[in-house]
Write a protein that binds this ligand. Structure first.
Ligand SMILES: Cc1ncc(COP(=O)(O)O)c(C=O)c1O
Ligand SMILES: [Zn+2]
Length: 389
């Protein structure tokens, strides 16, 4: 079937990522009520689509419209997200002895982070549903992105954010017209407040992985990676993992691309980098003893004490023969400085953490010097100036 002839939206149903229960297609689903796990959007017609059609459509992430859950193009809420560059890091690569080191620079998205993709998708779905108010708990970037896309769509947004988040994250929400609620604690505390607001007012809830659509937006990173590397995927993808939406999304994209017959060979090792101050995934992946660190970090997006998709993340790390490791705040600043000084990139501390994980990954043999390694820089340093000296 040619893409242009395919029925509008291939979305078929939702499937629980844990108990595999099928949930019928509905407007704004949340998560599996039986086992409290994320739902995954499933599509029909994943074979026989003509890939060439992508190139005649838009340039950003919406050119994958047919592989996304929205039914009508008129409901797309876009600010120009997606199609971010893959940039070779020659100078740092040779310094570290990694021949093929790249970064996909998601800082170039609207509102300065990869959260734009997920929220462009989720707000489009909310627009399609007719709901007029949504709520999100956030470590910072998702709140700004939600506020911007809601402003564009004429939908009201309530953002619940830790009080200690740098001012710019709060200000942008307010400029975009969102209601801002500040909480004393991390994103899990914000999540509880958001749940109460949702119950009280019936808001649409866009909490990380508690609805399936932000993941669908984030998966477009994986489609782009497959196209940008012309099917010869990197050996390893290094990702700064908070709630895990990007990591799960990239992996889901590869599986769908493979199902469509456009990808052959092994998939990359997926590697989760966390903050030493908040590393529940690292703790669980290595079955460490004692309690995991669950505190704040200068990489605000990595301070996620209870990722809702924890089991799914761990499963992908294991299936892909990847790994998980933590980097402390001081090292993150070092990473930010090195990417700035050697590559002209001013990345968020989350991105700095990735660079600083590489030596350890080489030492541990998780990556090899001859590997093709891709770092996913998720955000921009310009929003974190309060956090970096
Ligand atoms: C810059 C940045 N990087 C990484 C993350 C973690 O993203 P995820 O929760 O999808 O793992 C966040 C989340 O707030 C972020 O803002
Ligand atoms: Zn379930």
């Amino acid at each position: 079937m040619k893409l242009a002839e395919a029925p509008v939206s291939h979305l078929s149903h939702f499937e629980c990522s844990n108990c595999r229960q099928v949930v019928e297609r509905e407007t704004l689903p949340s998560y599996c009520e039986d086992c409290h796990s994320p739902l995954l959007a499933r599509y029909g017609f994943l074979t026989g689509i003509d890939k060439a059609n992508f190139h005649i459509a838009e340039q950003g992430m919406w050119r994958y419209f047919r592989l996304l859950p929205l039914s009508k193009r008129e409901d797309i809420v876009s600010l120009g997200e997606g199609l971010t560059p893959v940039i070779p890091l020659q100078r740092l690569g040779s310094k570290l002895g990694i021949e093929n080191l790249f970064v996909k620079d998601e800082a170039l998205n609207p509102t300065g982070s990869f959260k734009a993709r997920g929220l462009s998708m989720a707000v489009s779905m909310i627009k399609q549903s007719g709901k007029t108010h949504c709520v999100v708990p956030t470590a910072g970037n998702a709140g700004g992105a939600l506020s911007a896309y809601c402003a564009k769509a004429g939908i009201k947004a309530t953002v619940v954010m830790p009080r200690h988040t740098p001012e710019v994250f709060k200000k942008e929400c307010q400029y975009f017209g969102a209601e801002l609620v500040l909480a004393d604690g991390l994103i899990d505390t914000c999540g509880k407040i958001a749940q109460e607001l949702k119950k009280e007012h019936g808001y649409a809830d866009v909490s990380t992985m508690k609805e399936p659509f932000r993941l669908e937006g984030k998966k477009t990173m994986g489609f782009e990676i497959a196209e940008q590397f012309e099917g010869q995927l990197p050996d390893a993808i290094v990702y700064p993992c908070g709630g895990g939406t990007g990591l799960v999304g990239i992996w889901k994209a590869f599986l769908e691309w493979r199902e469509m017959g456009w990808l052959e060979g092994p998939l990359p090792k997926m590697i989760a980098v966390q903050a030493a101050n908040c590393a529940p995934i690292v703790h669980a992946f290595h079955s460490q003893h004692g309690d995991p660190a669950l505190g704040p970090s200068i990489a605000n997006g990595l301070a996620v004490p209870k990722p809702f998709a924890k089991d799914l993340i761990l499963d992908i790390l294991k299936t892909s023969k990847g790994s998980a490791l933590a980097v402390d705040d001081q090292q993150m600043i070092e990473g930010v400085k090195m990417l700035a000084k050697y590559e002209g990139l001013f990345v968020a501390p989350e991105g700095g953490a990735l660079l600083m994980s590489l030596e350890k990954l080489l030492e541990q043999g998780v990556i090899k010097r001859e590997d093709k390694v891709l770092l996913i820089n998720t955000g921009s340093a310009y929003k974190y100036l309060e956090n970096i000296p």
